[in-house]
Write a protein that binds this ligand. Structure first.
Ligand SMILES: Cc1ncc(COP(=O)(O)O)c(C=O)c1O
Length: 481
């Protein structure tokens, strides 16, 4: 690539990320040359190229300014609070990041599940062996969709304790929350339909949309304010939306939770526009204070809403047991399940019934929540100190994700590559969006203990981020940090 082309791309990316906004003057040719190390001629050619593309324009005696109206195809997207995307494609990258997390030597901060040492392994093992001994010849039939009745009753009772009325008959046991979410989306959409999702969003939503050939309308969410309800309303007004996939508590990746008042307003909108809600509630048990939050479903009148969750984040990930409280879609979801996975593993459903009836799940949850609070605080304190001048560290009460927003010119993919070299995985912002808006951000999993070796790894990584921010040379020698 010619040097002027390279520089033009850099400037284009800066404009896309809001470093230079429309109407703003770019650095003079001389200043740009000094800052970037390119020759004056290269800078001039780059500016002329961007001008020919309509990205910038020249003004007599004031140099080059960002064009008032730029063509999004050439200059990148204009990031409004609602965006549409005809086709969604993220699966390959998600696969790559998950593969990296499989290496046992990695400090898996990019992983979405809690530290497995926090699960009550011995009790679960006992329950598995109990289930194996008790399993009857008819157990495969008893555990067909909608799933084991005892398990569905236990789940319904746990909702009742939160103040949410859900009948065991409305619950379908699935292979983790991911199957619940996918089946729910399939139950209320046809290929080509519009679906509202958050931006940034859990990549599972992007994969599901990709798989089902659905079109995304993204509504911007922020770590400070969560979902913008006015933007959601605009999306519903302007498009024939079939479904809305949301997280109202401990959102992945930002970690925020919506207030009951906001949930109520969202429920009112979905009722008014008759849009199906697919609510992802997988972190609900991981609250830090008080009691488990209410889902949006609690406030909704529409019987189309589907509430999906699992035991993966609170008890055990590998069992792959989740569920959907499916309302009027319960039957169609069961029929779809018959066509895909047929049913969830019978012995594993029985093992969970054994654990939940005989062991102290509440005590385990209490201990888990306590540990997560301490570990997240350790991680946040440590990172805030190391990154104080170069990034914002967002953390909320509950859950275990921390969202890091670097300066706009930082490429989190570069941070991701350096992290891999240091045997750390992170979840770069690119995983959570169909646009480039979060390319300077990444998500960390704060459920792991921060021992000295891990602190050293993180010191090196943050040193790299600081060097990128200040455009300095980076040394991998920790002693020089
Ligand atoms: C927000 C969110 N929803 C759903 C899932 C999938 O959960 P499960 O493992 O139960 O399928 C995950 C897992 O990472 C998640 O983070």
């Amino acid at each position: 690539m010619a040097k002027y082309d390279e520089l033009a791309r850099q400037i284009n990316a800066q404009i896309e990320r809001g470093v230079w906004v429309k109407g703003e003057k770019l650095p003079s040719l001389r200043k740009q040359a000094e800052q970037t190390g390119f020759s004056l001629m290269t800078v001039l050619h780059a500016y002329q190229l961007l001008e020919s593309q309509g990205v910038i324009s020249s003004k007599a005696r004031s140099g080059f300014v960002v064009a008032a109206s730029t063509d999004p195809k050439q200059s990148g997207r204009v990031h409004s609070r609602v965006e549409v995307s005809d086709a969604v494609s993220v699966n390959d990258f998600v696969y790559e990041v998950l593969q990296a997390s499989r290496d046992p030597h990695m400090f898996s901060l990019g992983f979405a599940y809690p530290d497995p040492s926090l699960y009550p392994r011995q009790h679960l093992n006992k329950s598995i062996s109990c289930a194996a001994q008790q399993i009857s010849l008819t157990s495969a039939m008893d555990n067909l969709p909608p799933g084991n009745l005892e398990l569905r009753k236990i789940i319904a009772k746990r909702y009742a304790a939160r103040g949410v009325s859900i009948s065991p008959d409305d619950i379908i046991i699935t292979a983790g929350a991911l199957e619940a979410l996918n089946l729910s989306l399939q139950a209320c959409t046809q290929p080509g339909d519009w679906v509202v999702i958050e931006s940034p969003v859990f990549y599972g939503a992007l994969q599901a949309l990709q798989r089902l050939g659905l079109k995304a309308i993204t509504v911007k969410v922020t770590p400070e304010n969560g979902l913008d309800v006015a933007a959601l309303e605009r999306a519903l007004q302007n498009h024939l939306v079939k479904a809305c996939w949301l997280m109202s508590s401990y959102q992945n990746p930002l970690g925020y939770s919506l207030s009951d008042d906001t949930k109520q307003r969202i429920a009112g909108l979905l009722d008014a526009y008759n849009v199906s809600l697919i609510e992802d509630d997988v972190y609900a048990e991981l609250y830090a204070q008080g009691k488990a939050p209410l889902p949006i479903k609690h406030f909704i009148k529409n019987t189309n809403s589907m509430l999906c969750s699992s035991f993966s984040k609170s008890l055990v990930a590998g069992y792959r047991i989740g569920w959907v409280a499916a309302g009027k879609n319960a039957l169609s979801i069961q029929k779809q399940q018959l066509m895909s996975t047929l049913a969830t593993s019978a012995p594993i459903q029985l093992a969970l019934v054994d654990y939940l009836t005989k062991k102290n799940y509440e005590l385990h949850l209490k201990q888990l929540r306590k540990k997560l609070i301490v570990r997240k605080k350790d991680m946040v304190d440590f990172l805030c100190d190391l990154l104080k001048d170069v990034a914002t560290v967002y953390s909320h009460s509950g859950g275990y994700f921390v969202w890091i927003e670097c300066q706009p010119h930082i490429d989190a993919m570069q941070v991701y590559q350096e992290a891999l070299r240091l045997n750390i995985t992170i979840a770069p912002g690119k995983l959570f969006s169909v646009t480039e808006q979060y390319d300077h951000c990444f998500r960390l999993n704060a459920s792991f203990e921060l021992n000295e070796a891990r602190r050293n790894q993180l010191r090196k990584l943050t040193h790299f981020i600081k060097a990128l921010s200040k455009e300095e040379q980076y040394s991998t020698d920790l002693n020089s940090i």
